[in-house]
Design a protein. Structure first.
Length: 334
């Protein structure tokens, strides 16, 4: 059942990392430990931060600022790992320099900004992808095989949650509207993208939420409706650690995906005829799979991934735009 290729079999590619925060560090470790790619440069607006990051991950070149990074001739592809508010401009900067780009999720603040990035990539002929690493993990591929084989019948309900507790700090990226903070773009994107992966574009979106003192979403509950009787029930919060599990229930059985559902994990299938079996292939880390996808598609001369296509990113952002509109979150400049 496990047919996800080993990331070490992907062609080598030279990465430049734009931003030197926590997710960038996780990506750097996954790439160096589980792929044949090289980390050749890192760029940050803070020299000390860039140098610490480079030392920690064995990166030979540091840049103060982002223009120098994207224009570095050593760099084949740029990984954008900064707050959501910066993604559009930094992706466009890299595209203008002729670089392939992997942009952290949420890809941009909204659908309109994503269209700008994809239009620029199309014109430049470079590869661009949202870093929705979940789509490339072994257990997600196995889930699709189970569902496609009819093991649970017609999907009736999909549920998923993602909540993490964060201390309130109005200056942090999670709570600052200027940095496109809030639970949805940082955490809720996972359950929304998970529902999209298995159910596609919803016919109807219903959302209720509570805002923080800074005006971003602290918690949201969402129902996505598909056709006459299929729904996805999703939730996200900045105020509590939730189980971060997912279930997919159908007319012939259900699947329980262990937490964290969006990272390498296992799942259990229980059919209505009494048959029960498990998939247990959690693996290590996980971001290496998306890095390998970039390397493979770039080597082919592709501009987008079939597994995480531009249209998929636009559709998820369209859904999240509607959720934010119902909850009442608007970012400066939108």
């Amino acid at each position: 059942m496990a047919r996800t290729p080993d990331p070490r079999t992907a062609p080598p590619i030279r990465w430049g990392i734009l931003g030197a925060g926590g997710i960038a560090s996780t990506f750097a470790s996954a790439v160096t430990q589980h792929t044949r790619a090289q980390l050749v440069a890192v760029g940050s607006r803070n020299r000390d931060r860039a140098e610490r990051f480079a030392t920690a991950h064995g990166i030979p070149t540091t840049h103060v600022g982002y223009r120098e990074l994207v224009e570095d001739p050593q760099v084949d592809a740029v990984y954008v790992a900064t707050p959501h508010s910066e993604h559009r401009d930094q992706a466009l900067l890299a595209i203008k320099a002729g670089k392939h780009v992997l942009v952290e999720k949420a890809f941009t603040r909204n659908e309109g900004e994503a269209r700008e990035v994809f239009d620029a990539a199309r014109e430049a002929g470079v590869f661009v992808m949202e870093a929705m690493w979940t789509r490339f993990l072994p257990h997600v591929d196995a889930l699709h095989q189970v569902i496609d084989a009819g093991e649970v019948g017609e999907i009736i309900n999909l549920s998923a949650d993602h909540g993490q507790p964060f201390a309130y700090d109005p200056r942090s990226r999670l709570f600052d509207p200027a940095l496109a903070g809030g639970a949805l773009l940082d955490l809720g994107v996972y359950p929304v993208a998970f529902a999209h992966d298995f159910l596609g574009v919803p016919d109807r979106v219903t959302a209720v939420g509570t805002l923080t003192d800074t005006g971003v979403d602290g918690q949201i509950s969402m129902v996505l409706s598909y056709g006459q009787r299929t729904q996805a029930t999703l939730s996200t919060t900045l105020w509590a650690k939730t189980p971060t599990i997912a279930t997919i229930s159908g007319t012939e059985g259900h699947i329980a995906v262990a937490g964290n559902f969006y990272g390498p994990t296992s799942f259990r299938v229980q059919r209505t005829d009494g048959r029960v079996w498990e998939f247990d292939h959690p693996g290590a880390k996980g971001l290496q799979y998306e890095a390998a996808e970039v390397a493979r598609r770039v080597a082919e001369g592709a501009t987008e991934s079939e597994r995480m296509p531009w249209q998929g990113t636009l559709e998820v952002l369209h859904t999240m735009d509607e959720i934010r509109a119902q909850v009442g979150v608007v970012y400066p400049g939108e």
